[in-house]
Design a protein around this ligand. Sequence first.
Ligand code: XMP
Length: 323
Amino acid sequence: SWTTGNVIEEQVAAIRAQVGSKRAICGLSGGVDSAVAAALVQKAIGSQLTCVYVDHGLMRKGETEQVEKDFVAATGANLVVVDAQERFLDALAGVSDPETKRKIIGREFIRVFEQAQLEILQEEGPEVAFLVQGTLYPDIVESGGGTGTANIKSHHNVGGLPDDIEFELVEPLRQLFKDEVRMVGQELGLPEEIVQRQPFPGPGLGIRIVGEVTKERLDLLREADAIAREELTAAGLDREIWQCPVVLLADVRSVGVQGDGRTYGHPIVLRPVSSEDAMTADWSRLPYEVLAKISTRITNEVADVNRVVLDVTSKPPGTIEWE
Ligand code: XMP
């Protein structure tokens, strides 16, 4: 019969058999899947696993700390954190086009991750032959079957390493659905904030700032987003909504009045949606009191924001994210 205990036991045995005495690496994104995959592999092979987390500075408030502190505390995993915030900000400077932003973030991410991999490969110890991925059953079905190996092309050929490093994949979640992954994560002792996390895009807050991405704008959006999340959680709505992007219209300004003066600030958009699989979505009919609370708090607590608006568009025609 299916129990999380059985799944964990089976996968731990399978991972040990697959990896043997070699080493493995795993990229953590802050999301549920990579965290649970890493925790399972950690349970199986302990210090033969090294996790890599690229801090691109586009995460929401507290999320990097959840990986750096809580994930490590819960699993005891070896974690390499690469602080690449400056690098991402530099690469994104002056860029407003959504697709260009996505390409830049994706490209920089791969470069930073590969650089970290190369450094791990050069450490003393058994061969690093495995790459852990949090692939789920629906991912495999959608892409028409798994591959088995990953070819990492190196842009930074350090110290005479081969140009192409081939890893065998370890995918301990490939038979599981999302809700099962959450149960396994819980059983493995991962923090609630990671296990119950709603979907969040890889490019992070970079695609929730309509306009150029700057440090100031990221900090402002992080504050607004933290308030919205806090109030949605306090209202007990986390399970009801699929996710709620909070978007900063950085290229738009609107007139307001606050205290005894006129302001000329930016609008924040709330985009709460309900969905089964993100392919289609409807806007969530949130209680007015909750919306009112979020709006009052954001305009009071976040400098430069003088307006909060609600996105009432379904998908289609609107996508869930604004960019
Ligand atoms: P859209 O905006 O296309 O989003 O309706 C559908 C779902 O995908 C998430 N999303 C992403 N996830 N990398 C990701 O890992 C991305 O580049 C990305 N873009 C959108 C979005 O948050 C929603 O859950």
